[in-house]
Design a protein around this ligand. Structure first.
Ligand code: ATP
Length: 488
């Protein structure tokens, strides 16, 4: 089934407690979202699946959890202070501000569709800003065409550490806009304490912050979000092959979580889009906008896999010098080069970076899992066909008669016996049809029904979310039965 649009997921997410608009009782805060009881479980399950796959199931990755607020020098030498910006234009009529490149992409689409017929790669040929200069881009707020010139807008949030004055430059720090830099500055610490040899990687999951000019599309683009990043250090020359291997591995990881391959595609970033440090970057895109007519516009980035060269370790090192022998980084106290014992050579490793957003992954997972099915009464039911490992709740225990105390007691004791190994819930707040529908809608793989017969034969009915098929299972075999079926 084709994925639903994001709006369908927004309403399901709010209705069932996955995601709520943040600060709603005070009128909300633009593009900030809170994860409810089911949302936090889903996010945790995605992060656990990534960590298991990335760190535990391989032999060459270590974990790390670095600070959100780092020394300002980190962002000076990483290049973020100078270059981590988006192009901004302001409407002179209504003072609304927009990200110029996105606006141009959106509004030039009608002519783009025509031009693409004869020149598929036409975007690379039309200089950025051309549609603005031609007066073709209207302000989405007031409809006028009267723009300021484009200027870079730095996306890093600023704050101050310590009890200093707001304007004290020396106390200025940033909330990290990516988790990666925390890994680079710890390269030598991890290397010496874990006694690793190349190639090896360091993984980190954590919050990042970007003061996005135009956030939106629900949890797709927010100012506070969570990233799952891994920096894989390799010998120069071995970078291209390692990069390709990570691209393939990441694509397979998403399909192993149940995301349909037809909703995923690889996007090779053209040279003019590449970050200043990158040799090659491939994005894994998801069909986040299936409602758009033109196929090209249905896709957007789910994760990026970049070959960052040796830029990061070199730039944070004290040693490299310019032609006059002046240190390029006079502030660093460490050299982050690597000594290869086998060949007795010293060099700065290249870095391959698979970087995914937790929230964008959750959105893609919800969209891909969404399906509808009609029951024998002709009613349409939503089924969230989440991969069992991601489902917030694995099993719901439902008593068929809530006024029969023996049935309720048995159901509750089954729930308690399962919960140390499975996330289980008990629910008796409706008729059985309604209870099943509720669990289908939140993606619970199994419902267990306790009925009058259970008191006689010590067996219960296990109902499958996707097929609605039911089978009778002995209470004594239930845990093993469910754990086996959840593994598939
Ligand atoms: P975009 O082009 O969409 O702004 P990006 O290329 O700047 O993203 P990266 O710096 O490569 O993103 O970050 C890695 C991942 O972090 C992205 O693929 C995405 O999943 C996630 N991410 C980045 N920015 C945001 C955001 N503002 N909100 C939610 N997730 C984000």
């Amino acid at each position: 089934m084709a994925s639903p649009n994001i709006e369908t997921i927004v309403s399901l997410a709010k209705r069932r407690g996955f995601v709520f608009p943040s600060s709603e009782i005070y009128g909300g805060l633009g593009s900030a979202w809170d994860y409810g009881p089911l949302g936090v479980e889903l996010c945790n399950n995605v992060k656990q699946a990534w960590w298991r796959w990335m760190v535990y199931e391989r032999d060459d990755i270590e974990g790390l959890d670095s600070s959100i607020i780092l020394n300002r020098m980190v962002w000076k030498y990483s290049g973020h202070e100078d270059t981590f910006s988006d192009p901004l234009r302001e409407c002179r009529e209504c003072n609304s501000r927009f990200r110029a490149d996105k606006l141009e992409d959106e509004q030039s689409e009608a002519s783009a569709a025509e031009q693409r017929k004869t020149e598929p790669n036409f975007r690379a040929l039309v200089p950025r800003g051309a549609w603005f200069s031609a007066g073709k881009i209207k302000c989405p707020n007031c409809g006028k065409v009267n723009w300021t010139d484009e200027k870079p807008f730095n996306l890093m949030f600023q704050t101050h550490v310590g009890a200093t004055a707001e304007d004290d430059e020396s106390s200025l720090v940033y909330l990290r806009p990516e988790t990666a830099q925390g890994i680079f500055i710890n390269f030598a610490n991890v290397l010496t304490t874990s006694r690793r040899k190349l190639p090896f990687g360091v993984a980190q999951i954590g919050k990042s912050f970007r003061n996005e000019v135009t956030p939106g599309n629900f949890i797709f683009r927010t100012r506070e979000f969570e990233q799952m990043e891994m920096e894989y250090f390799v010998k120069p020359g071995e970078d291209e092959q390692a990069h390709q291997e990570w691209i393939d591995a990441c694509h397979n990881w998403f399909t192993s979580l149940g995301i349909s391959a037809s909703n995923l595609r690889l996007y090779e970033q053209p040279k003019e889009e590449l970050a200043h440090y990158a040799k090659r970057t491939v994005d894994i895109q998801y069909r986040f906008f299936p409602e758009r007519d033109e196929d090209e516009r249905q896709w957007d980035e789910l994760m990026g896999i970049a070959n960052r060269t040796d830029f990061d370790l070199r730039t944070h090192s004290k040693k490299p010098e310019d032609a006059e022998g002046k240190r390029l980084n006079p502030d660093s106290t460490e050299d982050l080069s690597y000594f290869d014992e086998a060949n007795k050579e010293r060099f700065y490793p290249y870095v391959i970076e698979p970087a995914a957003g937790v929230n964008r992954s959750v959105l893609a997972i919800l969209m891909d899992a969404y399906s509808e099915k009609t029951n024998n009464k002709g009613e349409t039911r939503v089924i969230l066909k989440l991969h069992p490992s991601l489902a917030p709740i694995k099993v719901a225990i439902l008593p068929l008669a809530k006024n029969k105390s023996e049935i309720v007691a048995l159901a509750k004791s089954i729930k308690r016996s399962l919960q140390p190994s499975l996330r289980a819930v008990y629910d008796d707040t409706g008729g059985i049809g309604k209870l099943y529908a509720r669990q289908d809608e939140i993606g619970t793989p199994f419902c267990v029904t306790v009925d009058h017969q259970s008191l006689e034969d010590e067996a219960v009915t296990v109902r499958d979310r996707d097929t609605w098929e039911q089978e009778r299972v002995k209470v004594s075999d239930l845990q093993e039965h469910l754990l086996n079926r959840l593994k598939t």
